[in-house]
Design a protein. Structure first.
Length: 677
């Protein structure tokens, strides 16, 4: 009997595994068939040196080019409609009502519709299907995301996390048709629409009735017309509507969610500044240098200090965002500022003639776009990627990636407005010749036409004639010890030494968080789910051999002041451990082990600090310290992906650091809401 009782589950599991394998095989056949009809994805990859049609082939297969060219379709869609009427006024004391419409996993959703074989399986969209190449994930469905797959991840890494991942090719025509159907559905609901991207837009529905009912009906209409789901956020500003959309996403909500200004205030204080619109890498670096990683950090900065660091205009914009107000005007039909085309993959030249011919092809591509939009230009910019001398080949993304490069930009004013491909080609070739960059050093080329519209402005404005373009400076040399520009503000002199440490074992969790109930609002300090990052193969952390230095343990410091002391010390130690060259691997491992121990001690010390009147609650201060620590890890992970790929030591340490943040949070009981949240 025991044997029979044990065999049934085994037989059942075996049958289930066989069924799963059959489903995977059917899905892979669908993916293979989808790739078969795309010649760019078949056969050996050829560079510009070997392929006369490289520009047209590259642009036809380029995701970034497609996303950029979508603007032409969007403007054509708007041109076919009458101008939108003025925004309806709102009653005194009332606020406007905005919807933020965002398609869910857009490329992956389009790939799955009409293909039942793909239903319920982890799915991603990527240029390649090879697990050994360097193709990026452009879109992943939620099934794949639960396994740790993320947009921007290399396919080979995604397959390590999710071996059953199905990789579908790009289907640009299908994306364009679905996006156009989505926009038409929104425009049918209200004429007040502001496009953001191919799969995202805002709509003003002020005075039109119950916004939740409007959003629900619009979501159903979008699904009926596109076969894909959208998430819709509702708020009194575009910023808050966008924030509400995160609560509506399938992994957290039920498709529609709303936020009032009162509900959003704690979310904005706890939000990482990197998530604010308009906060790019350069501004984020300046803010981190001030010790500001979250909205609460930003609110604590004296306005004069903030303005001095980031500029008065940026300081005003950040203050508006922190208050939940939009920092930019409503612009449903913004004017075109530039038209361009570029390629920075597969670009290789054996002669000046090949480089000049490549520039001419890009010029004709840009000219065709200008004519299609009925525009002319008065300014032309040439951008070159030039390989750094002595850079290791491993830094290239595949055999044809551009690798470690410096960029050169030159702008020339034109004598008269034009949309002629021949005229633009002549100007570009003159600039290229004046730069005198050896063709073998070129790894990418881009062209941008600006000052659009055909107004006859003075040639001296916006650049110099092509004949006066300055020659390129000597080629730079690769140096792994150089910090990128975004990290230079952190490289403060006088870094304190790290405390000594000895290894000890640890464990970390990487399970996904369960979805929230429909339209559930988070607590004022929402819990962060356990990190999806993989455990690090690096040496584990260790406790410090001695207590932290006395300034950090001083009972006279309030939690807010202690947070600043600890955050500053942790930031400097982080740079020392992750970004400063080490004499030996053992030294680097020792630094990192000590850093992880210092993080744990700092969070524990802050969480246990005595409360002080008018200051942050200790546990809230500890959460703020963890947010800043995570922001450092995300920044270095992005840097690693751009510089050395996911296999680099910096990427491994960044992932390990994010795991250490979660471990420190768990050790101090900071994973959930709890006291002081």
């Amino acid at each position: 009997m025991a044997g029979e009782g044990g065999e049934a589950p085994t037989s059942e599991a075996s049958a289930s595994a066989e069924e799963h394998q059959k489903r995977l095989q059917a899905a892979r056949r669908v993916a293979a068939e989808a790739r078969r009809g795309r010649p760019q994805l078949n056969g050996a990859q050829r560079s510009s040196k070997d392929n006369e049609n490289f520009v047209s082939d590259f642009l036809a297969a380029s995701r970034l080019h497609f996303i950029g060219s979508w603007k032409e379709r969007y403007y054509a869609l708007l041109d076919a409609l009458p101008p939108p009427p003025p925004l309806p006024p709102v009653q005194p004391g009332e606020s406007r009502t905005f919807l933020h419409i965002d398609m869910d996993c857009f490329f992956a959703s389009v790939a799955a519709r009409g293909r039942p074989e793909l239903s319920g399986l982890p799915l991603a969209v990527s240029w390649s299907d090879s697990s050994h190449g360097s193709s990026e994930i452009a879109s992943a469905n939620y099934c794949a995301r639960r396994a740790g797959v993320r947009n921007g991840m290399w396919l080979r890494r995604a397959r390590e996390l999710c071996p059953d991942l199905i990789s579908m090719p790009y289907e640009f025509d299908a994306y364009a048709a679905a996006a156009e159907a989505m926009y038409k559905a929104v425009l049918d609901a209200t004429p007040h629409v502001m496009g953001v991207s191919i799969d995202e837009c805002y709509a003003d529905v002020s005075g039109m009735g119950d916004p939740t009912a409007i959003a629900s009906q619009l979501r159903a209409c979008i699904f009926e017309r596109t076969g894909c789901y959208a998430s819709i956020g509702i708020g009194p500003s575009r910023l808050l509507a966008r924030l509400a959309t995160r609560l509506a996403k399938p992994d957290r909500g039920a498709g529609v969610a709303s936020l009032t200004a009162q509900q959003a205030a704690p979310l904005l204080r706890d939000a990482e500044l990197a998530s604010f619109p308009g906060v790019g890498p350069a501004l984020r670096a300046k803010l981190l240098a001030l010790g500001a990683a979250t909205g609460a950090d930003l609110a604590a900065l004296p306005p004069p200090r903030l303005a001095a660091a980031v500029g008065a205009a940026s300081a005003r914009r950040l203050s508006l965002l922190l208050a939940g107000r939009d920092a930019t005007a409503w612009a449903p039909r913004p004017p075109r500022l530039s038209v361009g085309a570029q390629a920075s993959w597969g670009v290789r030249f054996a002669s000046d003639a090949q480089a000049a011919a490549f520039a001419a092809r890009l010029a004709h591509e840009v000219a065709a776009k200008l004519r299609g939009a009925r525009l002319t230009c008065l300014s032309l910019t040439l951008k070159l990627w030039r390989a750094l001398g002595g850079a290791p080949a491993a830094l290239s993304k595949g055999s044809l990636g551009h690798g470690a490069c410096e960029t050169l930009c030159r702008t020339a004013s034109l004598r008269a407005p034009t949309a002629s491909g021949a005229a633009l080609a002549a100007e570009l070739q003159a600039m290229l010749a004046a730069l005198r960059v050896p063709p073998a050093e070129l790894r990418g080329m881009g062209v941008s036409a600006a000052r659009l519209g055909g107004e006859a402005r003075a040639a001296r404005r916006g650049g110099t004639p092509a004949a006066r373009v300055a020659r390129a400076p000597p080629r730079g040399e690769y140096s792994p010890s150089k910090l990128p520009r975004a990290w230079q503000p952190f490289a403060a002199p006088g870094r304190p030494p790290l405390p000594a440490a000895a290894p000890h074992a640890h464990a970390s969790s990487c399970s996904p968080s369960p979805p929230a109930s429909p339209r559930q609002l988070p607590s004022p300090s929402p819990p962060r789910p356990p990190s999806p990052h993989t455990p690090s193969p690096l040496p584990p952390p260790s406790p410090p051999a001695s207590p932290l230095p006395s300034p950090f343990a001083s009972p006279a410091l309030s939690p807010a002041a202690l947070l600043e002391e600890l955050a500053d010390s942790l930031r400097l130690h982080f740079i020392e451990a992750l970004l400063s060259p080490a004499a030996t691997a053992a030294e680097a491992d020792g630094r990192f082990s000590s850093l992880r121990a210092l993080l744990r001690e700092s969070v524990a010390l802050l969480a246990a600090a005595p409360p002080a009147a008018g200051s942050l609650a200790p546990r809230r201060a500890a959460r703020a310290l963890l947010l800043r620590a995570r922001a450092l890890g995300v920044s270095t992970l992005n840097l690693a992906a751009a510089r050395v790929g996911e296999g680099g030591a910096l990427a491994l340490r960044s992932v390990a650091w994010l795991g250490a943040c979660d471990e420190a949070a768990a050790a101090c009981g900071l994973e959930g809401g709890g006291e002081g949240s």
